[in-house]
Design a protein around this ligand. Structure first.
Ligand code: PEP
Ligand code: MN
Length: 264
């Protein structure tokens, strides 16, 4: 496979502006679940940037379980992402859910996210492979590691080797966490592929009280970085209100990550 260590032994490093994903350095990806307003995004982006975070995430096309829940700001959100990122000086990541959205989002977003629900949307994987932009591919809700690796292979086979993988928890019988963080996926993906590997501690755990130890576990297992959701006022958030950190909670989390010595 093109993603395999047998095909390419050295780690893939993806450079976007000043940021390097993969290789020796770690990257924290942070930001709100959804882009909701200019003020919301700017507040969070400024706080993150001041804390040394380079990569801003924010959903504008939202894959919501219920069609009656907030579906994202769409193109208006894309414009806000670019305006805020340019003003503050950050790299952006946002999810696209269809091939048509690739073209719309391309001028506004640095890195496309393929969400868990679309990990096996093979036409979308091929389309994002043809786009040439870096891709952050999330593990499917119930995907095996092998299926995850084949999904990444679709993107490389379509001509795009700028792919990063992110473990975001899988469905199990366990109810005390939103999903089950499969920490074993991290060393396996590192061993089997040459791609950068991340851990999403927000969607995997769904609980702020254990995000710090789970982030440390991910880094100790070999992850190239962590994703976490941060919102200026989580109780009022239009999506994932329960699991987003406020700015103070984020600072405590981020200090804990850096104090661990596991984040370089
Ligand atoms: C997200 O990161 O915004 C998201 C929807 O996560 P997932 O696809 O992992 O559920
Ligand atoms: Mn979310």
């Amino acid at each position: 496979l093109l993603v395999s260590r047998q095909y390419k032994s050295e780690d893939t490093v993806i450079r976007v502006k000043q940021t390097e994903f993969g290789g020796a350095s770690h990257v924290l990806i942070a930001g709100p679940c959804s882009v909701e307003s200019r003020e919301q995004l700017l507040t969070v982006a400024r706080a993150l940037k001041a804390a040394g975070v380079e990569v801003l995430r924010g959903g504008v096309y939202k894959p919501r379980t219920s069609p009656y829940d907030f579906q994202g700001l769409g193109e208006e959100g894309l414009v806000l992402m670019k305006e805020v990122a340019d003003e503050v000086g950050m790299v952006t990541i946002s999810e696209i859910m269809s091939s048509e959205q690739i073209e719309k989002a391309s001028p506004y977003i640095d890195i496309f996210q393929i969400g868990a629900r679309n990990m096996q949307n093979f036409d979308l994987l091929k389309a994002v492979g043809r786009s040439g932009k870096p891709v952050l591919l999330k593990r499917g809700l119930s995907a095996t590691i092998e299926e995850f690796i084949f999904a990444a292979e679709y993107i490389l086979a379509s001509g795009n080797d700028q792919v990063m993988l992110i473990e975001r928890g899988i469905r199990t019988f366990e109810k005390w966490t939103r999903n089950t963080l499969d920490i074993s996926a991290v060393p396996l993906l590192r061993q089997e592929t040459h791609l950068p590997v991340f851990v999403d501690v927000t969607h995997s755990t769904g609980r702020k009280d254990i995000m710090l130890p789970c982030a440390k576990a991910g880094l100790a297992a070999g992850a190239h970085g962590i994703m976490v959701e941060v919102h200026p006022n989580p109780p009022a958030a239009l999506s994932d209100a329960k699991q987003q950190m406020n700015v103070d909670e984020f600072h405590a989390f981020w200090n804990g990550v850096r104090d661990s010595g596991l984040y370089r």
